[in-house]
Design a protein around this ligand. Structure first.
Ligand code: B3K
Ligand code: ZN
Length: 886
């Protein structure tokens, strides 16, 4: 907890470290009621930092200092200064050795940062600034050191002792304790340090690298989970191969380990050679994990593995550069997933997610640039903007320089900066130099916050056979940034003829026309592009593949959107046309609801969906994506003032209408897909994900009919499915249905059967928390009393409270403010237990700007109540204070 108001830290204040740590020798004595940490730091004055010998200021928090020595001379209290976050010593020579011993308490660490215990095992989480809770250190990413780590613990309870690098020695201490020493030959910052001690089993495999080196691969889990590791292992091997083929990056140690832990603040952590994972991102088998979970495991395993180069070998100079490793690595894992499965479906999922959640962040009080220039608490900046928008920025660079140019740039970047801690500017410079281009204006994507808008209009000159597209860009003000300079916006586009064929493109001044799509760069506030030699007025297909993270508008008619839905040669834009059509139709319904009129659905939406469903040749995943209407959260994001009730009513009305009008087609699709599921074994591959996703969305529409045969089919799927994807989808459909008896029975039998599997129980909590039927808050409050629930486990908090506040917009935004009050109460409790989780949970309350005056007042009142609730962590304080200032 803070003792004074947290300070803002600014990028402009960056200074190189005064001292360096060449070697770090750590010894951990792990006991059940405390841990002793001895650190020997071989240090020297940083030659880049100037002359003289300034005081050495080490970071350290919640440490009990037991002894301190400088070059073997024991220091006494008068020889150093100690406060609650620093230890200051005065060196007298340019090179010296510091020895410290501290006592810490992992057994009572509920913040899950530093060294802590999870289900009986010891583990660590050091990024961003957790290492300072382990020992006194220069806890900043530009201080890189060679680490040797010895762990000692009771052999019986902790037979497995792991740290970074390679094991070099181990032995027994004779008193029931044993020890092991690990050495990491690579220089690394402290945030990549890890240790694990526990009673774990492992699945073992190996990988032969492109230079024929054998790497041992191990996944460590609690014994009962040993049957759920194969998918993660397969994913790891695919990732290693892909990074060699696509980026030329080879793994560098003799061993690569993943450890699954139950209590973890986020998805996973890329510690050098010893990745620590939330068990939800490792464990997967058909019976207990959904298709979505299988895909998440694959993506997170890849993401953390890819960090070995984009993050570990080349790391960040300071935390403002976080997107240097995160944006780039998200881009890398997205491309990996696209290569493993359906590229178009992956892009659709990512864009839908970005638009719903990152755009909302950009429009709220916590909006910040991809490279922030100030923060109070760095943990608050592991955001959708740094990750997802950061990935879009890297994607735009690739669009601008092409795949080959991008590879040249990444080779230069990795080669030039291997072993260094660098900045986003260094990444850009490598791309510029490898491609002979100037990205100066492009870099505004790193420094300007907010989602740019691009208004496009057209004019066709029949006499001149020319077609002009006029672009106007703007970007709304964000906190701290009122005015924005124009961005470089790559717009991939094609012009289609009346059959949907791509017309040859020739801009005024060009000698020849080129067939197919091309990328134009919008760099001015207003800019026009004139295409010539067009004998008829074309229909533009704009921003293909979502070539920039912006809000583009073009005055398409609904008939044009229907045409694009069927004929655009770009799969992403076919989906996008469907989204735009659905949004227009839903916005009509929202307006009707607000005016108290009877709701009337534009039949064109029904016709469009009918055409899709009737066409057996289409990718079923695409059909499923197109049938899923834009979510309530997205409809909220694109509203200037979100009307919670109208949005829900409109969407539910459209779903019911579609269900009625398309019942037979949906029923056929459902039955034939379910038949395949029934008669074949589960496979975690794209074509099977596609079949099950269409089957499950069909079931959710069909259930709206209330027909007995659909209920019977749903119960059959729930009871007989051999995989969690089908079982959970059937459960969710039942939970959202009016069949109270069947619903209760299904919930009970599911919980009974899976009570010992915490990850499955998380799904059980989520399905109920997200159910929009009346009484949601009471259900959630009751579920908090369930024996499987605990506020101490972040997965449980996310599954129940997070799903309620983030997905159940009806329940959370109850007009009486009860949802807000509930969330604020949980944040206040969690602030003391786990500040990072408390601060993340807060996000829905910070979005008050989207709602009408009554809800705004209630939400702000809850934020005030949190602010006044006592001693706040810097995490919660920063988010609450910025939200109230916004
Ligand atoms: N680098 C970690 C995130 C650490 C978050 C610390 N609050 C996981 C990842 O992005 O790969
Ligand atoms: Zn990452």
């Amino acid at each position: 907890m803070r003792t004074e108001q947290p300070k803002m830290i600014y990028l402009k204040d960056y200074q190189v470290p005064d001292y360096l740590i060449d070697e770090t020798h750590l010894t951990f004595e792990l006991f059940d009621d405390h841990t002793l940490v001895h650190a020997q730091l071989v240090m020297r004055r940083n030659p880049a930092a100037g002359s003289g010998l300034p005081p050495l200021v080490l970071d350290g928090q919640q440490l009990e200092l037991l002894s301190l020595a400088l070059d073997d001379r024991a220091l006494s209290a008068g020889d150093y200064q100690l406060d609650d976050s620093h230890l200051t010593v005065q060196p007298s020579t340019a090179s010296f050795v510091i020895d410290s011993s501290v006592r810490i308490h992992p057994e009572s660490n509920t913040a899950l940062e530093g060294l802590y215990k999870s289900s009986g095992m010891f583990c660590t989480q050091c990024e961003a600034e957790g290492f300072r809770k382990i020992t006194y250190y220069l806890d900043r990413p530009d201080v890189m050191s060679k680490f040797t780590t010895t762990l000692s613990a009771a052999q019986h309870d902790y037979p497995v002792l792991l740290s970074n690098g390679n094991p070099i020695a181990s032995g027994s201490e004779g008193d029931g304790r044993h020890w092991a020493t690990w050495e990491d030959p690579f220089m690394k910052p402290a945030y990549l340090f890890a240790l694990v001690a526990g009673d774990l089993w492992c699945v073992e495999d190996s990988f032969t690298t492109m230079n024929q080196r054998d790497v041992a691969l191990r996944i460590y889990v609690e014994p009962e989970n040993i049957d759920k590791c194969q998918h993660a292992m397969d994913s790891l091997k695919k990732s290693m191969k892909w990074d060699e083929e696509v980026y030329g990056r080879e793994y560098d140690l003799d061993i690569f380990m993943i450890v699954a832990v139950n209590d973890f603040n986020m998805g996973a952590m890329e510690n050098k050679g010893l990745n620590i994972f939330n068990s939800s991102c490792v464990l997967a088998k058909a019976e207990t994990a959904t298709d979505a979970a299988h895909q998440r495991v694959e993506a997170v395993v890849a993401h953390e593995y890819f960090h070995n180069w984009s993050g570990n070998r080349v790391t960040c100079r300071d935390w403002f550069q976080l997107s240097l490793k995160e944006g780039f690595t998200v881009f890398r894992d997205a491309e990996f997933s696209a290569d493993m499965h359906s590229r178009t479906v992956k892009r659709i999922e990512d864009v839908a997610y970005l638009r719903t959640h990152q755009f909302a962040e950009d429009a709220g009080p916590m909006a910040h640039p991809v490279r922030p220039d100030a923060f109070m608490e760095i943990s608050n900046f592991y955001t959708l903007t740094v990750y997802e928008k950061g990935s879009e920025v890297v994607r735009m660079i690739r669009t601008l320089v092409g795949a080959e140019g991008f590879r040249k740039g990444s080779d230069l970047y990795f080669g030039r900066h291997d072993g260094q801690a660098v900045t986003c500017d260094d990444f850009i410079r490598a791309m510029e130099e490898a491609n002979g281009i100037d990205l100066t204006q492009f870099k505004r994507w790193y420094s300007q916050a907010g989602t740019p808008r691009l208004e496009v209009s057209e004019s066709y000159d029949a006499a001149a056979n020319s077609y002009r597209l006029q672009f106007r860009q703007s970007c709304p003000a964000t906190p701290e940034q009122a005015q924005k300079q124009p961005f470089v916006i790559p717009v991939e586009l094609a012009l289609l003829d009346a059959q949907g064929m791509e017309l040859p493109l020739q801009l005024v001044g060009e000698d020849t026309a080129v067939q197919g799509a091309r990328v134009v760069q919008v760099t001015e506030a207003e800019q026009a592009f004139t295409f010539i030699n067009l004998a008829e007025k074309p229909l533009p297909s704009l921003l293909r593949g979502f070539s920039a993270p912006i809000k583009l508008s073009f005055p398409y008619s609904r008939d044009q959107l229907m045409f694009l839905m069927q004929h655009d040669s770009d799969g992403f834009n076919r989906w996008e046309a469907g989204q735009q059509l659905s949004v227009q139709v839903l916005q009509d319904l929202i307006g009707q609801h607000q005016r108290g009129e009877a709701l009337v659905l534009d039949q064109r939406l029904v016709d469009a969906c009918r055409t899709l469903l009737a066409d057996d040749s289409l990718d079923q995943a695409m059909v499923a994506e197109m049938l899923s209407l834009p979510g309530e959260a997205y409809l909220t994001e694109i509203s200037s003032v979100a009307d919670v009730e109208a949005i829900h009513a409109a969407r539910e009305f459209a779903r019911k209408q579609l269900s009625q009008a398309l019942f037979d087609l949906l029923w056929q699709r459902y039955q034939s897909n379910r038949e395949v599921s029934r008669t074949s074994a589960y496979v975690a591959e794209a074509e099977h994900f596609a079949r099950r996703s269409l089957q499950n969305i069909a079931l959710s529409y069909l259930m709206l009919s209330g027909k007995a045969e659909v209920l019977a089919a749903c119960l059959e799927q729930f009871e007989d499915a051999d995989n969690m994807t089908e079982r959970l989808a059937a459960l969710a459909v039942l939970v959202n249905s009016p069949f109270e008896v069947e619903k209760a029975a299904a919930l009970t039998s599911f919980a009974e059967f899976f009570k010992d599997n915490p990850l499955v129980m998380d799904q059980w909590f989520s399905v109920q928390a997200a159910c929009a039927l009346p009484g949601a808050l009471q259900r959630v409050e009751q579920l908090m009393q369930h024996p499987a629930f605990t506020l101490k486990n972040p997965n449980k908090v996310r599954a129940l409270i997070g799903a309620f506040a983030g997905q159940n917009l009806q329940g959370f935004h109850q007009a009486d403010g009860s949802g807000y009050r509930f969330l604020a109460d949980q944040v206040i409790t969690l602030n003391a237990l786990n500040p990072q989780i408390a601060s993340r949970l807060l996000a829905p309350l910070t979005r008050w700007g989207k709602y009408g005056p009554a809800r705004q007042a209630q939400m702000k009142c809850e934020l005030q109540r949190i602010l006044a609730s006592g001693e706040l962590s810097s995490d919660v304080y920063e988010v609450v204070s910025k939200s109230l200032a916004g």
